[in-house]
Design a protein around this ligand. Structure first.
Ligand code: 4AZ
Length: 380
């Protein structure tokens, strides 16, 4: 028999057993949640005060994500947060308080010990946009524009829009790849829900798609809520596959992978990753082995064969920018460099930039894939 006090360990995104049946009371724009139904949702409150002024979402036992505008406005606030002391605040380095772009912050807290009401959320899998999926947003924010805050945690189902649809509803340029829109008339997040999670169900788990950031009013027609996108936007032409123990990738499965080669040579001496049609990220130590006429191959698969693909393009390197903190002797720190290609590569099936993570994302414990043309045995 399962005891609610000592549930089986839950890695992420699972609502603990016994908390799943909801007898939620219906109210305008959403419903009051059952206790334990959103065990990754946190509220930011002040000592001696009950009111939650921003939401947050637990992504590990000691890390929360929230909106940068929540973290910044309270950085020098009065009193100290209660329940879990915030030990670290990291605001996204590209956060702009005027446009609210990159409105994301990471809060470090004292470790939350096992509890049936506290469960970290799961991160989404790469290459999923979640558009046209039903999302759920939860928070203690206003229940209507200009209305009262809610004393109970509420949730509402919100349709997730494609960025293309959403960009028609807001001024040009504000709906970037770094945001995701969700909501419909009467279904939305509102003030003080900021920082809280937009989740979707994937099987029995919930994954974090966005963090509440802003919107034009609350629940107005044609004014969906705007969330900081947590799901990635990188599109691979093939579904992601884990390469256990190492195996040959499928043709153009990793279209951001580039090879760095000698002048009209084919064997890579280093590799890099495409960040745009003209910029490549590589290791700084690779640039120390480089000659002025070295080149980049984009869309390469088997370098020893000219017949496997005709989509490979070769570019000269016009500029090399090495991280200023890189020390070629220790090679331990800041081993990164940028290469500017002499002319842009055509983007398509064989050449696609990778997305960079939002600052402060925590990938500890997740599986990653590394790709390259390096030695397949340590004896080579
Ligand atoms: C706010 O002020 C806010 N309708 C959060 C979300 C939305 C609007 C305002 C979305 O924190």
């Amino acid at each position: 028999m399962t005891s609610f006090k000592h549930p089986a360990p839950v890695p992420c995104g699972e609502i603990p057993e016994g908390e799943r049946e909801s007898e939620a009371e219906r109210i305008v724009g959403g419903v009051v949640t059952e206790r334990g139904e959103h065990p990754w949702v946190a509220g930011l409150v002040w000592e001696g005060e009950g009111a939650v002024w921003c939401g947050a979402v637990l992504v590990s036992r000691s890390t929360l994500l929230t909106a940068a505008h929540c973290a910044q406005s309270r950085e020098r606030g009065r009193g100290r947060p209660i329940r879990r002391k915030i030990t670290k605040i990291r605001i996204h380095e590209n956060y702009d308080p005027l446009s609210l772009s990159h409105d994301l912050a990471v809060l470090g807290v004292e470790e939350v010990v096992g509890s049936e009401v506290v469960v970290p959320i799961c991160f989404p899998s790469p290459n999923e946009s979640y558009a046209d999926r039903p999302g759920v947003v939860a928070g203690w924010g206003r229940t209507e524009e200009g209305g009262a805050m809610s004393s109970a945690l509420r949730e509402v189902q919100v349709p997730i829009l494609s960025n293309q649809e959403c960009s028609h509803l807001y001024p040009e340029g504000v709906i970037t790849q770094a945001v995701v829109c969700a909501g419909a008339e009467g279904r939305d997040a509102c003030q003080a829900d900021s920082g809280g999670p937009l989740v979707v169900g994937v099987g029995t788990r919930r994954v974090l798609v966005g963090v509440v950031s802003w919107g034009r009013g609350c629940g107005r027609p044609d004014s969906p809520g705007v969330y900081v996108r947590v799901s990635s936007c990188g599109e691979s032409s093939a579904p992601p596959q884990r390469i256990l123990g190492g195996s040959e990738v499928r043709l153009h499965e990793f279209p951001w992978q580039v090879a760095i080669v000698g002048y009209y040579k084919v064997r890579p001496f280093c590799a890099g990753v495409l960040l745009s049609d003209t910029w490549v990220l590589t290791a700084a130590h690779c640039t120390h082995e480089m000659h002025h006429d070295d080149q980049v191959l984009v869309g390469e698969h088997k370098w020893s064969s000219a017949r496997d693909t005709n989509l490979t393009v070769r570019r000269n390197i016009a500029q090399v920018l090495v991280h200023h903190a890189f020390n070629q002797h220790s090679r331990m720190d800041a081993d990164v460099a940028l290469l500017r290609l002499a002319s842009p590569v055509p983007l398509g099936r064989a050449a696609m930039p990778i997305c960079l993570p939002e600052g402060g994302q925590e990938f500890t414990g997740q599986m990653a894939t590394v790709t390259g043309w390096g030695s397949v045995s340590s004896c080579e």
